[in-house]
Ligand binder design. Structure first.
Ligand code: ZN
Ligand code: ZN
Length: 278
């Protein structure tokens, strides 16, 4: 066994999860995990998401009294600056239409570090989920190159932002655009992202989902484990993520087989160090 802690789990406080903290604690015991990080979604700076995050903080805060191995984090999604500004004024995204722009919108995150630490949040996963580069970007046709460029832009930005502790599920894509062959992503892009993570003292996530995805080829799964190994060898620490939402299962055993083959050994997949927690 080379995975001993899980830093990306959603609990019932999240709008998209029904997983009780008690079940996560049982899983920790069953699999011998030392730390469990709860990271519910903050996708936008509006009341819907802030409500979930406050609930998450309250529930985890209470649970920690009997389960000190639980750590409170958050999963932040990049948001475009114009949308952030609109929501800050109007309270919701309703009625928002992006301004015309010849260049991709600037990126922000839906929270300041102070807003997060006030709630007792100790680290943030920064993870790309969709395009935010221009008006209606989420609904644009799936152009491979444009999507790769946008994911690269967001992930490089996340690797440099002071609020991000861990780059979450790198190159996850909801429509699995490049899951047949990871080499569709230029090596230079990954070299840039890895170098920025290292330079800024950040972690990279090993997300179990890639190794279980029915949309990913075997080739992709091996390439992906090798990409994580490259980051590791460059000096970027790797954390494990089950990204559990509704049940907690032994996803890590499947991931481990690919990681072992890529050269990972016991001790290589780590906890977030105390010095790196807020
Ligand atoms: Zn995510
Ligand atoms: Zn997640």
């Amino acid at each position: 066994m080379i995975i001993h802690s899980d830093w990306h789990i959603h609990c019932e406080a999240s709008y998209d999860s029904t997983l009780p903290l008690s079940e996560i604690a049982e899983a920790a015991q069953k699999y011998g995990f030392t730390k469990m990080g709860i990271t519910d979604h903050l996708n936008l700076n509006d009341e819907k998401y802030w409500g979930c995050i406050r609930d998450s903080a309250a529930k985890v805060g209470e649970f920690q009294k009997t389960h000190p191995n639980f750590v409170l984090g958050v999963e932040l999604t990049p948001i475009s600056q114009p949308m952030y500004d609109y929501i800050a004024i109007h309270g919701s995204r309703e009625g928002y239409t992006g301004p015309q722009s010849d260049t991709p919108y600037p990126i922000n995150l839906p929270a300041t570090k102070e807003e997060l630490t006030t709630l007792g949040i100790r680290y943030a996963i920064g993870a790309s989920h969709w395009r935010i580069d221009r008006a209606g970007a989420r609904e644009l046709p799936l152009d491979m190159e444009e999507n790769i460029r946008e994911w690269y832009r967001q992930q490089l930005w996340l690797a440099c932002d002071e609020r991000v502790t861990v780059l979450g599920h790198p190159w996850y894509h909801g429509k699995q655009l490049w899951y047949d062959d990871f080499s569709r992503i230029p090596r230079s892009m990954n070299a840039d992202i890895i170098a920025a993570l290292k330079q800024n003292g950040k972690y990279i996530e090993c997300a179990a989902g890639f190794f279980r995805s029915p949309h990913a080829t075997e080739k992709f799964k091996h390439q992906y484990a090798e990409f994580l190994r490259e980051a590791f060898e460059y000096g970027v620490p790797v954390t494990y993520s089950s990204d559990s939402h509704n049940t907690y299962t032994d996803k890590h055993t499947n991931a481990e087989s690919y990681l072992l083959e890529a050269g990972f050994r016991d001790g290589d997949i780590v906890e977030i160090a105390e010095k790196d927690l807020w």
